[in-house]
Design a protein around this ligand. Structure first.
Ligand SMILES: [Fe+2]
Length: 290
C-alpha cells in the first residue's frame, strides 16, 4: 500500500524547489546581462563642425578605438570589424591601452585584432598607460610589429593628413608618459596647419594641458566609461586617476576653443565586468563651416 505524503512536507519541498529555480534564473539572467554588457558594441556617431578645417575635409570620417585591453570579440572579432567597416572611415585612430598588462596578458590577441583593423583603413596609434606597464622587451617588439602592419605610431609626433587636393590637417599623437609635458605645446606651435587633432589617452588633462596647447579637437579614452554606468544619473562609478564619480568618462567636453570626445573603450582591465556600459566605437564626421 502506497504511503500518503504529508501535504505540509510536499508544500515545503515545492517552496524550496521554487526558490532554487528563481535563484538559478536570476544567476542566468545576470550572466546573460553581463555577457551583453561586455560584448554588445555601441557605435556613437558625432558630427564635428569646424571653421578651421580645409574644405577638402568636409565629410571626412575618423573612427576611434580605445582601451581594447587585449580583448577579442566573438567569432574572430566579427562584430567589431563590421562596426568599423560600416562607418567607411577615412582613418582609424587607436588611443592607447590596446594591450593589457594586468589580468589579460595575451598581447598576441591585441596584435591579431590590430592586424585585422589595419586592413580596413589607414591607422594611427598612441600608447596608453598599459603599454608602459609592459617590459621593454615586450613593448618594443609590439610597437615594431604594429608598424609592420602599417599602423603609424605617433610618439610625441605629428602626422600630416592630406586630402587628394593637397589640403592637410595635423594629427598630433602623444605618448602617455608625456601628456602634461611642454612638448605638446611645442608640437602644436610648430605645426603650420590651422586644424590640429590630438590623440591623447587620458582625458583628465583637458583643462591643464590640451586646451592651453591650442589644439582644436582631442580624442581620448582611459576611463572605461567609469566601469559601471549609474542608470538615470548618466554618471560613471569609478575611473583610474579620477576616483569615484569621475568627471571625464564618456561623451563630449569643451574647454575654451578645444573640444574633446572620450571613448568608453572596448575592453576591461583588472576588473573584468562592465555594467550598463557597452563597449564603444566612436565615429566622428567632420563638417566644414566657414
Ligand atoms: Fe584602459
Amino acid at each position: 500500500m502506497k504511503e500518503k505524503k504529508d501535504p505540509k512536507i510536499l508544500e515545503k519541498r515545492r517552496r524550496i524547489l521554487r526558490g532554487i529555480g528563481i535563484r538559478l534564473l536570476l544567476v542566468l539572467l545576470f550572466i546573460a546581462m553581463a555577457y551583453g554588457a561586455n560584448n554588445r558594441l555601441e557605435v556613437t556617431e558625432y558630427t564635428y563642425e569646424s571653421d578651421q578645417l580645409a574644405y577638402a575635409f568636409d565629410g571626412f570620417r575618423v573612427v576611434q578605438l580605445s582601451d581594447l585591453h587585449n580583448k577579442e570579440f566573438p567569432k574572430d572579432n566579427a562584430p567589431l570589424l563590421r562596426a568599423i567597416r560600416d562607418q567607411h572611415p577615412d582613418i582609424i585612430v587607436m588611443t592607447g591601452d590596446m594591450v593589457d598588462a594586468s589580468n589579460h596578458t595575451n598581447i598576441d590577441a591585441a596584435l591579431h585584432s590590430m592586424k585585422q583593423i589595419s586592413e580596413i583603413a589607414p591607422c594611427y596609434y598612441v600608447t596608453g598607460n598599459h603599454e608602459h606597464y609592459l617590459s621593454k622587451d615586450q613593448l618594443e617588439p609590439f610597437l615594431e610589429q604594429i608598424a609592420e602592419y602599417g599602423i603609424t605610431v605617433l610618439n610625441n609626433e605629428t602626422a600630416e593628413i592630406a586630402a587628394p587636393n593637397g589640403q592637410t590637417f595635423a594629427l598630433i599623437g602623444m605618448d602617455d608618459n608625456s601628456l602634461q609635458a611642454n612638448i605638446l605645446k611645442t608640437l602644436a606651435d610648430e605645426s603650420d596647419n590651422e586644424f590640429q587633432l590630438l590623440l591623447a589617452h587620458e582625458p583628465q588633462f583637458l583643462e591643464d594641458s590640451y586646451a592651453p596647447a591650442g589644439v582644436d579637437l582631442v580624442l581620448s579614452g582611459h576611463a572605461h566609461g567609469g566601469q559601471f554606468r549609474i542608470p538615470f544619473l548618466h554618471k560613471g562609478l569609478l575611473s583610474p586617476d579620477q576616483g569615484f564619480f569621475p568627471k571625464y568618462t564618456q561623451g563630449c567636453f569643451r574647454s575654451g576653443d578645444t573640444t574633446m570626445y572620450i571613448s568608453r573603450g572596448l575592453g576591461n582591465s583588472a576588473f573584468p565586468l562592465r555594467l550598463f556600459n557597452h563597449p564603444e566605437v566612436v565615429s566622428i564626421t567632420f563638417r566644414v563651416v566657414k
